[in-house]
Ligand binder design. Sequence first.
Ligand code: SF4
Length: 119
Amino acid sequence: MNGRLSCSAVNCVHNMSGLCSANRILVNGMSAHSSSGTQCETFAEKGLKNAITHFTNINISGEIRQLMDRDGIHMYPEVGCNAVSCRYNDDRKCQADGLMIMGAHAETSDGTYCETFVL
Ligand code: SF4
């Protein structure tokens, strides 16, 4: 993925003011033919337990730079994707110029979806 990842899943442990602080995420959707058939598999509900469990996938240096410079973007997760029908999917890697994950009320990955998906 070659750009900004914006995410509205504010209940996710990786969500930092609409940016994603994960080192890598996985979008699922093997049989997806629309955005609604996708989900961010890396979603984990905010909380101490998940912060500890998912610690190894947190981009610590990116978070620090992001806190020091809120106007810039310092976190670019690697995006693996199983939604092979999407036109941006190249060998299960996302090649979109920017990515929008939706999930404002998500409490599990089921409540998220990739808005950028295009057949
Ligand atoms: S839902 Fe996915 S894209 Fe959004 S912050 Fe969490 S891990 Fe990152």
